[in-house]
Write a protein of this length. Sequence first.
Length: 60
Amino acid sequence: MSKREAEVMDLIATGQSNGEIAQRLFLSEKTVKNHVNRIYAKLGADCRMTAIGLWLNRDT
């Protein structure tokens, strides 16, 4: 996962919306959506909650 994707995933895990992430990282919401879709594919997740669970448990 790229550094930016990890940064986006960390923010997703704190409960931030795509719009909030876009504002915080100075990105368009479309760019954030693209990152989210790549993150889901890399984690094998089909939704936000699954992605968060996989992300938080990746080291255990």
